[in-house]
Design a protein around this ligand. Structure first.
Ligand code: SF4
Length: 547
């Protein structure tokens, strides 16, 4: 019985597990597979097939079934021969003797970082010697290992596996391969000397070609070599190998075998579909000797970086969104806060005119000037005034160093022409709050009302005779600070930094999301990613424009 299934970081995203066992595995946004299904009993057979056929043994199963154990065989490196600019032939001495042409082995290495697995196609296996063809990828972990590891060193291999095998028929066969994807095709071609066959061998440059002498000795074989970047004196084919395959005289029983990059194999499948060639005669290998289709190890690393960048930018962005959401929520609920009417003069401020006035001035609106100062035994009072005739009377209680502020301002010049309610509404706007309509008392000489906002409760008394109004505020400093940070317009430097950081994280998350969405092989994930990206772009634009 299987208890748990997971895919580890060796996964190269070949998609084999998803194709073999859809009920359990899904390819994620980039190149990794995940075990998403939980009904292991229902999918038991397909699950085991996916497990055994994972080219890099990246699927980990836990359970009490002894068949879950993979057998690893010791393999001694006995020869390493570069066969081209980008490929190396490696011969291993093992206890294995049989394989079907087209199969591969998983090789387990141990380097400074730890154990890791790679899959390599078998070119040949006889007399206890396995010959593999390894792509040389600069910085690639598997190829670096083979390049640097001395002859005589030891690795471990699985039994040959994979269902990409030659059909035992006399039908004409055509093989299309790129890169080291040609390696399993060579093994297949050599195993059917009597059958008429053709090989299309695509490479980037002439010095990347390999095994040409070996291929020349095989009877009944036509070889077409095709280069992406050919010198002027190149006599072979140029361009994409699939373009030249179009000229191949397909018959209704031709078997087509392919191994190489994903775009090439998909292009070939489309051509065959258009030509209505039977799908059952098309055989493809979904990985090319140790790398995911169409992806070198360095590109896998690059995609992993993109994914990590996306995850961390999204996390940071989520935290900032959470902050804006929370402060916005609080900003619309003033009743959640206890307001204060008294504030404290810190201990380090001396109770004497210059220092106290300097401290209090910094707490009042900009532009106020201290006019009167009086100090008694138990209290101090200071009046500040601004240019518009506003007064701020501060009363300090010396025993506990607390103080209160009473403001008084001049009414607008045209206040006589307004009703009490209109005046109250205008002043409520000035204090960025909501008028408590029930509190309005419109008398002959005085109008009183309250204004509520999250950072302060403001009681206003308008004296029509004096043409002034007095303001008593009880403030909530925490709420005020949060709201100030939350507000977009007229933002302070701190707010701007927060908003800009959110914008930057959104841009990173969006760009990496676009890259991953476009690269995703799963159409549902791709469409979801694209929708999220569009929403994200719109939100980012709105936020940046309104900051
Ligand atoms: S390497 Fe392929 S088969 Fe193995 S877990 Fe990854 S996607 Fe699945």
């Amino acid at each position: 019985m299987i208890h748990s299934v997971k895919c580890n970081r060796d996964c190269i995203g070949c998609g084999n597990c998803e194709r073999t066992c859809k009920g359990i595995f899904r390819l994620t946004y980039t190149v990794h597979a995940e075990a998403v299904g939980r009904d292991y009993e229902k999918h038991h057979k397909q699950l085991l097939n996916a497990y055994y056929s994972c080219p890099v043994q990246a699927i980990e199963l836990e359970g009490d079934d002894p068949s879950l154990q993979i057998s690893w065989y010791k393999a001694l490196i006995i020869e390493k021969t570069p066969v081209s600019n980008t490929a190396m032939e490696v011969r291993l001495k093992t206890a294995l003797n049989e394989f079907k042409p087209g199969q591969y082995v998983t090789v387990r290495f141990k380097d400074d970082i730890g154990y890791f697995n790679r899959a390599y196609s078998i070119v040949d296996m006889r007399d206890g010697t396995v010959t593999l063809c390894v792509t040389l990828v600069q910085g690639g972990r598997g190829s670096s290992f083979f390049v640097n590891y001395e002859v005589g060193g030891e690795v471990e291999v699985t039994e040959p596996k994979g269902g990409f095998c030659l059909q035992e028929t006399k039908n004409p066969k055509v093989f299309v391969g790129t890169g080291t994807g040609v390696a399993p095709l060579v093994a297949m071609i050599e195993s059917c000397p009597d059958v008429k066959k053709t090989l299309y061998f695509g490479q980037r440059k002439e010095k990347d070609l390999f095994y040409l002498d070996r291929l020349a000795k095989i009877p009944n074989l036509d070889v077409y070599t095709c280069l992406d970047f050919a010198d002027d004196d190149w006599a072979g084919l140029r361009g994409r190998v699939t373009d030249h395959f179009l000229n191949y005289p397909l018959t209704k029983d031709t078997e087509v075998y392919t191994c190489g990059s994903d775009p090439m194999m998909n292009g070939l499948r489309d051509i065959l579909k258009k030509k209505r060639h039977p799908a059952k005669l098309f055989f493809k290998e979904s990985f090319a000797s140790g790398a995911a289709p169409g992806a070198s190890e360095s590109s896998l690393l690059w995609r992993t970086c993109v994914r990590n960048l996306h995850i961390y930018a999204s996390l940071a962005m989520s935290v900032l969104f959470l902050f804006f959401g929370l402060s916005g929520f609080l900003a619309s609920r003033p009743s959640l806060f206890n307001s204060e009417t008294r504030f404290e003069v810190p201990e380090n401020i001396q109770i004497e005119q210059a220092e106290l006035c300097g401290y209090l001035k910094a707490k009042l609106p900009a532009g106020v000037v201290a006019k009167d100062f009086s100090l008694q035994n138990e209290s101090a009072s200071i009046r500040f005034e601004d240019m518009a005739g506003g007064r701020f009377d501060v009363a300090v209680s010396l025993p506990d160093r607390s103080y209160t502020v009473t403001e008084s301002h001049v009414l607008p010049a045209d206040s006589d022409s307004r009703t009490g309610l209109q005046l109250a509404q205008e002043l409520a706007r000035k204090y960025s709050g909501k008028l408590d309509a029930g509190s309005v008392e419109d008398g002959k000489e005085k109008i009183q009302f309250n204004v509520e906002s999250v950072w302060a409760n403001t009681a206003v008394v308008v004296d029509k005779t004096q043409k002034r109004y007095e303001v008593h505020q009880s403030k909530n400093r925490l709420a005020a600070a949060l709201v100030q940070l939350h507000r977009g317009k007229k933002s302070s430097p701190v707010q701007r930094v927060l908003i800009d950081l959110t914008g930057i994280f959104m841009v990173i998350a969006t760009l990496t999301g676009i890259i991953m969405g476009v690269q995703s092989r799963n159409p549902v994930m791709r469409n979801t990613a694209i929708i999220l990206v569009v929403v994200s772009v719109v939100l980012a634009a709105i936020m940046m424009l309104n900051r």
